[in-house]
Design a protein around this ligand. Structure first.
Ligand code: PLP
Length: 405
């Protein structure tokens, strides 16, 4: 061992600044490290009850039911589609980036006819266009509207409340199916108030767990729709999950250790309080955007009303390949940044700032971005981004008296 050339040793905190998976807090790691319990026993039943209640609180729902599977966001897309739709159904697919494209593709794979409502990367889904499209569907053929709340490829958060109002104004009965993978537990998400029919997510972003669980909140209307939905389904069928959950069990083996972790992460979110969690994410995101602007770089997101509070997609100047930049950042400082995806591959990199993150974590990440930009040859004024972020954080600090001499 001693003489073998191992992979490079890295001391200190890992800078996993991709927009998920996020760093798992120590408390969650410890909770997950306990001995496994029988997933058909009374202890697990009690744990499940607690976790389901906690998730309802996170989705801000009393009406909705929670459905969990071993899996990830991609599995949750499939669960959402196969339980609510039938082959040949038409849906309005809102597309403004890579993940919304894939969500629609998941539906198309089951024979769903997806009518795309496509806007450029960097733009939020315009509610008025949703309304227009639904109004023109006079025979009410469209069964559902598919939309990604926070498009992780672009750093754009669409306004789901406005999209719900668009459905209402059009008087259209379509189901509202929302991907909340990179927003839930970081950006305000109101399942009941926005009358969302299915909201889906994974464990590995705002919930601060390792990847491994697909999570859905489903409305009464969505459960009704599942009774007549004819897409083939077996593992992803939510009916047996809901039935067995009522008795504290699952139809197959759940990701037991993740339930320990989820209980702990829900406790942490509860200790901080949801409004404070949202405020923290908003403040760190704004500090990041201040830094990017001060570096002289452009955000991919166009409209401040749609800026994402969980990640920032940054455009590199023409002539620089962002994939190569991300590799360079990894090699030189061991910081992991998100690559450009879909139509902006090679053009943007993404800074994740969600989950278990504080001011100094963000500043460390921004220092890493700053240094690697410089060593990559991008003409940035070194330190300008950090100064801008620090000043913003000082001006908005809840606990620091900035008037002190
Ligand atoms: N939806 C969004 C918005 C995402 O950001 C991701 C992944 O990052 C997915 C879906 C796919 O989720 P997963 O990679 O967990 O399967």
């Amino acid at each position: 061992m001693g003489s073998q050339k191992a992979t490079r040793f890295v001391s200190g905190r890992p800078f996993l600044q991709i927009p998920g998976p996020t760093l798992v807090p120590e408390r969650v790691v410890r909770a997950m490290s306990q001995p496994l319990i029988d997933h058909r026993g009374p202890k697990f039943a009690a744990l499940l009850k607690e976790v389901l209640e906690g998730l309802k609180w996170i989705f801000q729902t009393r009406e909705g039911q929670i459905v969990l599977y071993p899996g990830s966001g991609t599995g949750a897309w499939e669960a959402c589609v196969v339980n609510t739709l039938s082959p040949g159904d038409r849906v309005l697919g809102c597309v403004n980036g890579h993940f919304s494209t894939l969500f629609c593709r998941a539906a198309a794979a089951f024979g769903i006819q997806v009518e795309p409502l496509e806007v450029p990367y960097g733009v939020g889904i315009p509610a008025e266009q949703v309304e227009e499209r639904l109004r023109s569907d006079t025979n009410r053929h469209i069964k559902a509207v598919l939309v990604v709340h926070n498009e992780t490829s672009t750093g754009v958060a669409s306004n789901i409340a406005a999209i719900r109002r668009a459905l209402e104004r059009a008087g259209h009965p379509a189901l509202l199916l929302v991907d909340a993978v990179s927003s839930l537990a970081s950006i305000d998400f109101r399942f009941d108030e926005w009358r969302v029919d299915v909201a889906l997510t994974g464990a590995q972003k705002g919930l601060m767990l390792p990847p491994g669980i697909a999570i859905l909140a489903v409305s009464r209307r969505a459960i009704e729709a599942s009774r007549s939905a004819r897409c083939s389904r077996s593992f992803w069928d939510w009916t047996p999950v809901l039935e067995r959950n009522a008795h504290g069990e699952f139809p197959s083996t759940p990701a037991t250790a993740h339930f320990f972790g989820l209980k702990e992460s829900l406790t942490m979110l509860n200790e901080e309080g949801l409004p404070a969690v949202f405020r923290r994410h908003a403040r760190l995101a704004e500090a990041c955007r201040h830094a990017v602007r001060a570096m002289g770089l452009d955000l991919l997101a166009q409209n401040p009303d749609h800026y994402s509070n969980t990640l920032t997609a940054v455009c590199l100047p023409v002539g620089f390949d962002s994939d190569a930049f991300v590799t360079h950042a990894q090699r030189s400082l061991e910081i992991s940044l998100g690559i450009g995806l879909g139509k902006v591959k090679g053009k943007v990199f993404r800074i994740g700032h969600l989950g278990n993150l504080n001011e100094l974590d963000l500043l460390g990440a921004l220092a890493g971005v700053d240094m690697t930009l410089k060593s990559f040859g991008v003409p940035v004024p070194v330190g300008a981004g950090l100064t801008a972020a620090e000043n913003y954080l000082l001006q908005t600090a809840p606990n620091i008296d900035t008037s002190a001499p």
